[in-house]
Design a binder for this molecule. Structure first.
Ligand SMILES: NC(=O)C1=CN([C@@H]2O[C@H](COP(=O)(O)OP(=O)(O)OC[C@H]3O[C@@H](n4cnc5c(N)ncnc54)[C@H](O)[C@@H]3O)[C@@H](O)[C@H]2O)[C@H](O)CC1
Ligand code: K
Length: 512
């Protein structure tokens, strides 16, 4: 599923209408019909739709939805929040068609005051969609406020009115929908917070935009969902042996941080790595090894307080490895800086850096730029802030743009964590993972992700798909745990590891 900006969506519509010659009225008919069908299925008990329509094409969709639901046996009522003569094009055509069918309509720029809601009524917000600019003006402001006060379900068409499509700040008022029926493809704000909260349940309906229109759009942003994971997750062959499934080295932890390497190692092993060597300061080894039976160990020299000591001369076993991951729990000492520099310059395999492994990167930009092998960074917004000099708030407001600029600048794979983690490739392709849960907002989740990324990037089929699958499986494991009754209060990274086998089995089952 592609994820677009409002401009890209307009280009798509324009190509379909002007180049391919599909009539605007027909595209709108398709859009409204698809949305109406979905609303009808969503609320089997409902019998009445009260539709608030704007004068643009979002309002046009509203008229098609009204006419279609009426054909399906519902009572419908449209409040057009504009004078009838303000409409043009497809919206005018469908308003006239709706009227010609004898269906009820009230038009005007006053704020409608529908009767108080009763059982079986659904409110439909078809006021503004991708055409919105800035703060909501009257009568939309008051109409949005009114819709937010009703107890009956409110379904938004395409985008809740007031929510911008792109990476813009939320205005003061927007419709807080129970569900949003997104037409053809989601826009950026569907996966940005807090905008995403206004969408309620996200439902995406295809409206028949021809493949040719999509092919003509130069667009490299998509979701990564169950279908993508199932399609790309490689089958494990009967004859494969441990060497075929990747040999990884994980460097993490300290005497007082044995959890990070233990969690990352267990996650890595449960995500299918063939052989794992875990490298921790010597005094942490027995604590880690007692929780991770399947790894081998490469103990590191350490300081008196059990943190990594000077690693300048340490003979790391890079050569025997297919991939390396480092960072969690190492501390932010000079030794970590030395290690990070060695990792960037000496490893000839894909390298994953997380947590303290990201800390010194602003000082090592030359080494990053000169690196010839894949580099995968997995920052949360705070860490991304340190990498870019922006605040976490600024990062979250422009997650797509900030990720793309950074990944291109340093030719790295960037996994920007958060609800709907975004994976960006060095070429600027972007994938938004649709899995995840609030339960993941805990210490240890990131360590688990590092381990899963190390394992899955080595399984392929490409590094890009492996990284996307790692992020997807990580979120899915949490989702399944919550679905099976684990409270998001109680959920820990250990639960995540326990549920990873179910998440992978679920993805594998979709292949069949
Ligand atoms: N995705 C598709 O392929 C299709 C989508 N369709 C629908 O079309 C809308 C976008 O329509 P557009 O006419 O461009 O814009 P809107 O209807 O969202 O609004 C335009 C309207 O709103 C006024 N306006 C802008 N900002 C504000 C504001 N802050 N306050 C008040 N009024 C504002 C502006 O002046 C215009 O008059 C898309 O979302 C889909 O629903 C099509 O049906 C075809 C296929
Ligand atoms: K809307």
């Amino acid at each position: 599923m592609q994820v677009v900006t409002s401009k890209e969506m307009q280009q798509l519509d324009q190509y379909t209408i002007e180049t391919l010659g599909m009539k605007e009225e027909l595209l709108m008919e398709n859009a409204g019909r698809a949305a109406a069908g979905d609303i009808y299925d969503m609320y089997p008990e409902a019998h009445t739709a009260v539709i608030f329509a704007g004068k643009g094409n979002n309002g046009g969709d509203g008229f098609v939805i009204g006419r279609t639901l009426s054909s399906l046996g519902w009572n419908v009522y449209v409040y057009l929040l504009a004078e009838e003569d303000a409409l043009s094009g497809g919206a005018l055509y469908h308003k006239d068609l709706y009227r010609a069918c004898g269906l009820p309509l009230t038009a005007g720029t006053g704020v409608p005051e529908p009767e108080s809601p009763e059982e079986g009524i659904i409110y439909i917000d078809a006021m503004l969609g991708t055409g919105i600019h800035g703060e909501l003006k009257e009568p939309f402001y008051s109409a949005a406020k009114w819709l937010n006060s009703v107890t009956a379900p409110v379904v938004a068409v395409d985008i809740p009115t007031g929510v911008p499509a792109n990476e813009e700040e939320l205005p003061g008022m927007a419709v807080n929908a129970d569900a949003t029926v997104i037409l053809e493809a989601p826009t950026l704000s569907t996966y940005l917070y807090p905008a995403s909260h206004y969408y309620g349940e996200i439902r995406i309906v295809p409206i028949g935009v021809p493949r040719a229109s999509w092919n003509a759009l130069d667009q490299k942003r998509q979701t990564w969902d169950l279908t993508d994971a199932a399609k790309s997750l490689p089958e494990r062959t009967q004859e494969s042996h441990k060497g075929d499934n990747g040999k990884g080295l994980l460097i993490a932890g300290a005497y007082n941080m044995p959890g990070a390497p233990a969690i990352a190692s267990n996650a890595c092993l449960h995500a299918g790595i063939g052989l794992l060597t875990t490298s921790v300061p010597a005094s942490a080894l027995s604590a880690v090894a007692s929780h991770v039976l399947e790894a081998t160990y490469f103990p590191l020299p350490e300081t008196e307080d059990g943190q990594v000591a000077d690693l300048q001369e340490t003979p790391f076993p890079w050569d025997g490895m297919d991939g390396v991951a480092a960072g969690s729990g190492l501390g932010r000492t000079e030794s970590t800086r030395v290690l990070t520099k060695r990792l960037l310059t000496e490893t000839q395999t894909p390298l994953v850096l997380d947590a303290d492994g990201l800390y010194f990167l602003p000082e090592l930009e030359a080494e990053m730029a000169n690196r010839e092998h894949p580099l995968i960074l997995t920052p949360h917004p705070g860490e991304m802030g340190r990498l870019t000099g922006l605040s976490p708030k600024e990062i979250n407001a422009e997650r797509f743009t900030v990720s793309r600029e950074y990944a291109r600048k340093f030719s790295c794979y960037l996994v920007l964590k958060g609800p709907n983690t975004i994976i960006t490739t060095p070429e600027g392709r972007q994938y938004v993972s649709t899995s995840g849960s609030s339960a993941l907002a805990k210490g240890g989740s990131g360590d688990a992700l590092t381990g899963i990324v190390l394992a899955m990037m080595l399984q392929g089929p490409t590094l890009e798909e492996g990284v996307c699958n790692a992020v997807y499986a990580h979120g899915l494991a949490a989702e399944i745990a919550i679905r099976e009754g684990i409270s998001d209060y109680s959920f820990t990274a250990s639960n995540l590891i326990d549920y990873l086998p179910k998440a992978l089995a679920f993805i594998q089952a979709q292949k069949k």
